[in-house]
Design a protein around this ligand. Structure first.
Ligand SMILES: NC(=O)c1ccc[n+]([C@@H]2O[C@H](COP(=O)([O-])OP(=O)(O)OC[C@H]3O[C@@H](n4cnc5c(N)ncnc54)[C@H](OP(=O)(O)O)[C@@H]3O)[C@@H](O)[C@H]2O)c1
Length: 228
């Protein structure tokens, strides 16, 4: 699979100074402040679509939307839809139908095995592509095949919104091109490292592209993959 046929992937996370993406007791983490919100929205404005781990969606109930008028205007002028598509990644296919996510004004895609358990409200025998609340349902395939299919569908720039398990599965295969971390001035401890503790990512190297101090003593760092 050639690199050209794959979309560009940017992982965006808010992390504590000790590299945690959630407090020790887990749950729906909100680490970043207003500065982080702005750089997150700038990345959303860059993207054609966002990959979201099913657990992050189940915990938060919604996905992030662009609210800043200048970024909405920028997308409008470029001929893009107001919001990037939201692509939920799941092996189980268990996304509760009552989540407010299903009321958000976005295009929703489900990336799950064709054999995943039926979604709430899904009639038995309902065909692929008709998961309720989702406009599209693509079967899970190995990442390079799936990403190449997404690129062919016009999703050339993908934001990876986490969480850690989704991010790790892409890092492991060296498929993340850019890493954007907002360092938040907290030390959290606990097990929720942004790369799961049991993961080995084979010593990837990154080159600094941008460093921006943000309000609230936060610092945005953006790195591009340098190898391998
Ligand atoms: N600080 C931040 O910027 C930030 C950002 C995002 C999330 N978070 C936090 O991160 C935590 C959640 O992260 P997490 O690591 O537990 O979960 P996660 O990565 O959000 O979701 C894990 C689930 O996603 C699906 N999944 C992940 N990788 C997959 C793959 N390669 N193929 C198929 N399905 C895949 C599976 O869904 P099924 O179970 O449905 O099979 C898996 O159980 C929460 O505390 C959240 O608040 C923080």
């Amino acid at each position: 699979m050639s690199q050209e046929s794959l979309p560009q992937l940017r992982l965006v996370l808010a992390v504590s100074l000790d590299g945690r993406l959630a407090p020790a007791d887990g749950g729906a983490a909100q680490l970043g402040g207003a500065g982080d919100r702005r750089v997150l929205e700038e990345s959303l404005a860059w993207a054609d679509g966002c990959l979201i781990g099913a657990e992050t969606l189940r915990l938060h109930g919604t996905t992030c939307l662009i609210r800043a008028p200048d970024l909405l205007e920028q997308r409008h002028r470029a001929g893009f839809p107001p919001q990037p598509a939201a692509l939920v990644v799941s092996r189980s296919g268990q996304i509760p139908g009552q989540l407010p996510f299903f009321q958000q004004p976005i295009d929703r895609w489900l990336l799950a095995p064709s054999s995943a358990a039926p979604l709430p409200g899904q009639a038995s025998g309902q065909s692929q592509g008709q998961a309720p609340g989702f406009q599209r349902h693509l079967p899970l395939e190995p990442w390079p095949c799936l990403l190449s299919r997404l690129a062919a569908e016009g999703l050339k720039r993908l934001l990876v919104l986490g969480g850690a398990r989704l991010a790790a599965s892409l890092l492991r295969e060296a498929l993340i091109d850019e890493l954007q971390l907002t360092l938040c001035p907290q030390v959290l401890g606990g097990p929720h490292s942004w790369v799961p503790l049991q993961e080995a990512c084979a010593g990837s190297h990154w080159r600094l592209q941008e460093m921006r101090p943000l309000d609230g003593d936060e610092l945005m760092l953006r790195y591009a993959r340098h190898g391998p």
